[in-house]
Design a protein around this ligand. Structure first.
Ligand code: AMP
Length: 116
């Protein structure tokens, strides 16, 4: 059974600043925020990386994205703008191997995607 820190948050074994939850996903503030708004959207189904999500489960990713957009609207940052990011494996710097969508907002964001 996968057992990342996010699974422990899902099971309420460790605390998190949870901002949203439904039957499909949970959202909580990132512990090391990179923007004024930095929230992680995590599905309740287990997928280590985006590579592990089969075509028939595409709705899982769609739910993460639409939940992030709803949250951005509720926080009043949808019009000013935001970024959603999903890191996959080593070169992207993925550190927690349960998929999660980062929502970053609340200030102008730097450019991205340049090699380290
Ligand atoms: P990634 O590098 O895409 O795998 O993102 C993992 C994110 O999880 C990082 O931005 C971390 O700051 C964040 N993180 C790690 N542990 C926790 C935690 N206990 N609560 C909230 N966020 C966490």
């Amino acid at each position: 059974m996968p057992d990342t820190i996010f699974h422990k948050i899902l099971r309420r074994e460790i605390p998190a600043d949870i901002v949203y939850e439904d039957e499909h996903l949970i959202a909580f503030r990132d512990i090391a925020p990179q923007a004024p708004v930095h929230v992680l959207f995590v599905p309740k189904r287990d997928y280590a990386t985006l590579n592990d999500v089969p075509e028939e489960d595409a709705v899982v990713i769609g739910r993460l994205a639409t939940a992030a957009a709803r949250y951005a609207k509720a926080q009043g940052v949808a019009e000013s703008g935001y970024r959603i990011v999903m890191n996959c494996n080593q070169d992207a710097g993925q550190t927690v191997f349960q998929i999660h969508l980062h929502l970053l907002a609340g200030a102008p964001l730097g450019r991205f995607g340049t090699p380290a």
